[in-house]
Design a protein around this ligand. Structure first.
Ligand SMILES: Nc1ncnc2c1ncn2[C@@H]1O[C@H](COP(=O)(O)OP(=O)(O)OP(=O)(O)O)[C@@H](O)[C@H]1O
Length: 437
């Protein structure tokens, strides 16, 4: 049996001229004392009494309850060091453990952190450079946070109208794209109300809405300000599991229908798998991997899913309905799968998530089996996972431009018993019920 060694090469996102460029070096404590008091316990008590910068610097050092968190000029420590490009379309998920720097990145993009010597450029517009800083209110962004902040004295309709009044063409800051071009893609209220399913709520006071409804209204309100970039910071994390499942399909619809780039911070594998087109993994303030959601999780060095959760994400297209048995056929490059019909329209896109543990292998085409999906594949890689297990990378389809990859988790004993080797044609079996959408 032969196992390939894991490599730690982080996938680099292809440079995208039309996207967002970030060069960020965010010091552990870049703020003058009166700002940083929030983070340094004792220092807060004397906030009001000291104003002079030198005194403040001294105070934040001496009174800090985090002794390592010195002002940036002294400590040389950074909570985020990143040089990367984010695509200018689709949803880019910023994924990483708590405290890794995801929100800091989003705040830099929004202009809520003014970091010296950093660069933020959006589609040709310079938002921040060593000589320039565009404040948050002048950036064409919309932000959605964990807790939706709606006006509680206004109805849903009035909240939306407020956003429409605030919508204005943003200055282009040297952008290569003229405003007339940018504003062609105006998002109207009717479309949004329909997409987010909030028509029946328009006359309700925001106080009576459920968490999921509030978040949907907050999204509509943000989008009605006509942002060119949507920043979402864990928008579902304050919702319970049931509310999360209620809101996720609306986010999927927004993604399909609106042509607006989104930077989506999350540490939920489920949200990222369902929504993201691109993935950026942040660990300890550094970007450790970036790339397409379809290929990045295939890389063994990417800390996205735990070993037991390893999965591939396939963007398929619904082509045929089996009404008798409640199944629908999902086509993708190189093959197709029959999955449970959840009522989605034919000829619409459908994202599938297939866990490696749900894929099994046979040497010949299996017959007399209940497993509906039997795909001819080629083993392109065999990786050693844990002691007993191996992960197989499988390719469906012969043509490089028309193929899809799958992962299968099998025991090392099966690898040996079946004599599995790289390059070998085998059959992959996947139960319809195991395919998540
Ligand atoms: N204004 C600040 N000054 C100094 N340190 C900060 C500041 N804001 C955040 N930090 C620290 O920077 C690190 C990254 O924080 P950040 O909020 O960006 O992480 P995160 O990945 O978004 O975490 P979470 O998922 O828990 O929200 C943390 O160690 C945090 O304590």
């Amino acid at each position: 049996m032969h196992f390939t060694q894991h490599t730690s090469n982080a996938n680099k996102e292809k440079h995208c001229d039309e996207g967002i460029h970030l060069t960020l070096k965010v010091p552990t404590s870049p703020y003058p004392f009166w700002e940083s008091h929030r983070y340094y316990g004792y220092a807060a008590s004397i906030k009001k009494r000291v104003k002079h910068t030198l005194v403040n610097t001294f105070a934040s050092t001496v009174f800090s309850d985090k002794k390592t968190a010195l002002p940036f000029s002294l400590s040389g420590q950074y909570r985020l060091t990143i040089e990367t490009d984010i695509p200018g379309q689709g949803i880019t998920a910023i994924f990483g453990p708590s405290g890794s720097g995801k929100t800091t990145l989003l705040r830099c993009l929004a202009g809520l952190e003014c970091v010296p010597n950093s660069k933020v450029q959006f589609k040709g517009s310079v938002w921040q450079s060593p000589s320039q800083f565009i404040p948050p209110n002048k950036r064409p962004i919309g932000m959605v946070f964990q807790e939706p902040s709606l006006f509680s004295h206004l109805t849903v309709e009035e909240n939306l109208r407020y956003a429409i009044k605030r919508a204005k063409p943003f200055p282009s800051h040297g952008s290569a794209t003229p405003n007339s071009e940018i504003n062609k893609n105006v998002i109207n209220k009717k479309t949004l109300v329909e997409l987010l399913g909030i028509e029946h709520l328009l006359n309700h006071n925001t106080k009576v809405l459920s968490g999921g409804e509030r978040q949907r209204v907050a999204m509509a309100r943000t989008l009605l300000t006509q942002p060119q970039l949507l920043l979402m910071d864990e928008p579902l994390s304050a919702l319970d599991a049931a509310r999360k499942q209620e809101v996720l399909p609306y986010l999927e619809r927004l993604k399909e229908e609106l042509n607006i780039p989104v930077v989506y911070v999350s540490h939920s594998v489920e949200e990222v798998s369902r929504l993201a087109d691109h993935l950026m993994v942040i660990e300890n303030g550094e970007c450790t991997a970036a790339g397409s959601i379809h290929t990045l999780p295939l890389s063994p060095s990417v800390h996205f899913q735990s070993e037991s959760q390893q999965a591939v994400i396939i963007d398929a297209f619904l082509s045929e309905r089996d009404t008798q048995y409640g199944l629908i056929k999902a086509d993708f490059p190189g093959g197709h799968l029959w999955v449970k019909d959840s009522g989605n329209a034919l000829h619409s896109p459908q994202r599938l998530q297939i866990q490696a543990k749900d894929v099994s292998i046979a040497l010949t085409e299996p017959s007399n089996t209940s497993v509906l999906n039997r795909l001819p594949v080629v083993i392109t890689e065999i990786r050693s996972s844990s002691n007993a297990m191996a992960t197989l990378v499988l390719t469906i389809g012969n043509d490089d431009n028309h193929s899809t990859q799958l992962l299968a988790q099998v025991t090392k004993r099966s690898v040996d018993n079946l004599g599995l080797q790289t390059g070998m044609p085998v059959w992959a079996m996947i139960k319809s019920i195991a395919i998540a959408r």
